[in-house]
Design a protein around this ligand. Structure first.
Ligand code: ADP
Ligand code: MG
Length: 244
């Protein structure tokens, strides 16, 4: 009889089992009030998937993204990222996971205002101990990849919203993440620019195999994904493959 060894590459990149999140709020009148925001969320995401998460405002999308990004801890349930139980990691290990496995893109771009596009992208590399020359070279390559090569010396306020989001995407790519988490990345952009930004995510997914989990309100943005997960009042109410 042959024994079957688990194959680590067959493990989903994200495995979420009965994840719950309860926020405790201090209320002057009632003492501490608990508010449950996620209920028994189960979600497996394989490497190379492009998943859209939809749901009304307040349905728990950002809360789930923060948990997936190891920026917050669940109240109960389990989360394995690339086969590692996130709850078992030390602060240092978590920081390392965030820096080496994950890239974040937000609705508000979150760029440093007084820095050029190039320095915004290069800064995480400098923090990681990469030399200044190498950081700048790599940042320039990434800006090139997102179509912003000519704008490296511009500051955020000299760039359009779509260009700022390209800088933010370039920055999310500096450490070669396996996973990009994008929370309403086109929420501040017009329709045409949103389509261009989604084109960037689509290319990163198709050509580089980067797994993408993206929150959006809009059906035409979700249509770029190959899988749709719907949240309602903190529960997954729908999860299916979409697209051609
Ligand atoms: P979405 O991103 O789908 O709009 P969120 O995950 O931001 O929803 O929020 C879900 C619910 O959790 C909302 O009712 C919100 O008020 C609440 N919430 C979010 N963050 C916190 C927090 N830090 N403390 C308390 N409640 C929170
Ligand atoms: Mg949100």
């Amino acid at each position: 009889m042959t024994s079957v060894q688990p194959d680590p590459s067959a493990e989903p990149l994200i495995r979420v089992d009965r994840l719950c999140k309860i926020y405790s709020l201090e209320s002057g009148v009632n003492g501490t009030v608990n508010s449950q925001v996620l209920y028994d969320v189960n979600l497996n995401i394989n490497r190379g998937e492009f998943v859209a998460i939809m749901g009304h405002s307040g349905s728990g999308k950002s809360t789930l993204m923060n948990l997936l990004g190891c920026l917050d801890t669940p109240s109960s349930g389990h989360y394995w990222l690339a086969g590692r139980d996130v709850a078992s990691l030390s602060e240092d290990e978590l920081a390392s996971v965030r820096n080496h496995n994950l890239g974040f893109v937000f609705q508000g771009f979150n760029l440093l205002k007084r820095m050029t596009a190039l320095d915004n992208v290069a800064t995480p590399l400098l923090y990681a101990g990469v030399s200044r020359a190498e950081s700048r070279q790599r940042a320039q390559e990434l800006l090139q990849q997102t179509g912003l090569g000519k704008f490296s010396e511009y500051q955020p306020n000299q760039l359009s919203g779509g260009q700022q989001q390209r800088v933010a995407i370039s920055r999310a790519l500096v450490n070669n993440p396996q996973l990009i988490l994008a929370d309403e990345p086109t929420g501040n952009l017009d329709t045409q620019t949103s389509g261009e930004i989604m084109g960037v995510f689509e290319r990163l997914n198709r050509e580089k195999g980067i797994t993408i989990v993206l929150v959006t309100h809009e059906d035409d943005i979700a249509a770029y994904a190959s899988r749709l997960v719907r949240l309602k009042d903190g529960r997954v109410i729908h999860d299916s493959k979409v697209g051609p």
